[in-house]
Design a binder for this molecule. Structure first.
Ligand SMILES: [Zn+2]
Length: 506
């Protein structure tokens, strides 16, 4: 890998008045010293006149290969319901593209022509195709008769709206996605200053990323969750099933990923009391205590950590209960995480801190969800993505984008935590007492997220002895950056190499 001397840089976090030379040997930070004093012996030299060096980012929760697949699907997000017909009818669709029509991004309310029976509407346009249209939160879908039939569901009398497990069942029956492109997906991360990511995708993604990143060829440190159903299937087949990799691995898979509930957008997040705008609805409980106990015992026995999807306050409490149970049984301190942690009951925070659960949050969900949180959760909105309260309770936090549900831009996610404004950086701050400092949010995307993502100790600190996963930006002041375009990203160094080439012209 060799040695590098980076000359004349500013260090963030740090003192903006100083200029440093930074020496890297074989991908590890070896020395910071005042500018002009760096040791260039046997090193390649790069003059970085006054640019900032920052630790690179980690995205603690996204769907990596699916993000690229998503970009190839029909995008319904900016359509009026009435224009869905024209999007679905292009005449040039042939072969695979004609038999399997996938889209995403619709939101409530459904357009007139889709009610009350979206299936009939879809059948009227594409009677021979399996049509599958995800809601923007990917927990509900509109499907055609052919799609239902492929999952063995009788279409006659079915509305064509499927939620949660049923949506996943129909989705799975449509067959494998187009060939995943791990190199393109990794490049997409690097172009956002991201050199590590935890992804939650399906089994085919695990095989692909494990193979393609066995030696870190992709330039990013990848972590994966193993879906609970796959874990149980492997054990039932009689095979062993153990976590893969450690903090120094370029690919590791330490978690069993469990879904406890749904989402706010689909009114399926599991709440302790009913939805304000939907009496008697408490959301959806996707696992019984019995099945959870079985999975938790097996996970502990085989040395796995847990990553549990929990959005509603009841789901967050229940996720913590099973994390506590698993940690006691397993006896080792692994990064057990509650994914999303969108709404909590303040009475539960002490138990969550004691159990050792990590809150894996996506403040960028505020951009979309702020429009519906108060109507659905009423006064509980005060505890929605309430990062300051969670931090003050002593619960570790890490941040991610949940891409493709939200933008993968890490600066947007940080800005959402710091200002809690709308997507354009305007409007009122949503429960402003829950804003956190830029330094805090930046840490939850860098050094403070290392353990939760099973990254090498010291990752994200840029201290001597730690791995040199870093980014160089041309912006004047990192703490004023709102999006990756503002950052003026010049280059990224990870796993011992420059990744973007010279982008100073950008
Ligand atoms: Zn997700």
């Amino acid at each position: 890998m060799g040695a590098w001397l980076l000359r004349g840089v500013k260090r963030f976090p740090g003192d903006p008045g100083n200029r440093y030379d930074l020496r890297i040997d074989d991908g590890v930070i070896t020395n910071w010293c005042n500018a002009g004093r760096g040791d260039s012996n046997d090193a390649q030299v790069r003059d970085l006149d006054d640019h900032w060096i920052l630790p690179a980012f980690v995205d603690s929760h996204l769907h990596l290969l699916y993000s690229l697949e998503h970009a190839r699907q029909l995008d319904l997000s900016n359509l009026t319901p009435e224009s869905i017909r024209s999007l679905l009818t292009p005449s040039d669709r042939v072969g695979d593209a004609a038999t399997r029509v996938v889209g995403h991004g619709w939101k409530d309310p459904l357009g007139e022509q889709l009610r009350p029976d979206p299936r009939r509407f879809l059948d009227s346009i594409l009677p021979d195709s399996a049509v599958f249209l995800w809601n923007s939160d990917h927990h509900r879908a509109l499907v055609s008769s052919v799609a239902l039939e492929s999952a063995g569901i009788e279409p006659v009398g079915h509305s064509g709206v499927v939620t949660e497990q049923d949506a996943e069942r129909v989705w799975a029956s449509l067959g494998p996605p187009p060939q995943p492109d791990a190199a393109a997906a990794s490049r997409w991360l690097l172009e956002r200053g991201i050199t590590a990511a935890t992804t939650f995708d399906r089994g085919d993604s695990i095989e692909c990323l494990r193979r393609e990143n066995s030696e870190g060829q992709l330039g990013v440190r990848l972590r994966h969750g193993l879906p609970e159903c796959q874990f149980l299937e492997i054990l039932e087949s009689g095979a062993g099933c153990h976590p893969e990799g450690g903090e120094d691995s370029s690919f590791a898979m330490p978690w069993i990923k469990i879904f406890l509930d749904g989402t706010l957008g689909s009114r399926t997040a599991w709440m302790k009391s009913e939805y304000d705008d939907d009496p008697n609805n408490f959301g959806v409980v996707r696992r019984t205590a019995e099945t959870l106990e079985k999975t938790a015992r097996l996970a502990a026995e085989h040395g796995w950590a847990l990553a549990i999807h929990a959005i509603g306050d009841a789901a967050v409490a229940e996720a913590n209960r099973w994390i506590h149970f698993t940690r006691e049984l397993r006896g080792s301190d692994l990064p057990d995480r509650i994914e999303h942690f969108q709404c909590f009951d303040p009475a539960d925070l002490a138990a969550i801190r004691q159990a050792g659960s990590i809150a894996s949050m996506q403040p960028c969900h505020l951009f979309q969800d702020r429009k519906i949180i108060e109507s659905r959760w009423g006064s509980r909105a005060a505890h929605a993505l309430a990062m300051n309260s969670i931090d003050e309770a002593g619960i570790p936090i890490v941040m991610g984008s949940d891409a493709p549900i939200e933008s993968a831009d890490p600066w947007l996610d940080i800005d959402a935590a710091v200002r809690r404004l709308d997507r354009d950086g305007e409007g009122n701050s949503f429960y402003p007492q829950q804003r956190v400092s830029f330094e805090k949010a930046f840490g939850w995307r860098t050094a403070a997220a290392a353990f939760a993502n099973m990254l090498p100790s010291g990752w994200g600190t840029l201290e001597p002895g730690s791995v040199a996963d870093l980014q160089i930006i041309g912006a004047d002041d990192p703490s004023q950056v709102r999006c990756v375009a503002d950052a003026k990203l010049i280059d990224v160094f990870s796993l011992g190499q420059w990744r973007l080439g010279d982008r100073e012209d950008r």
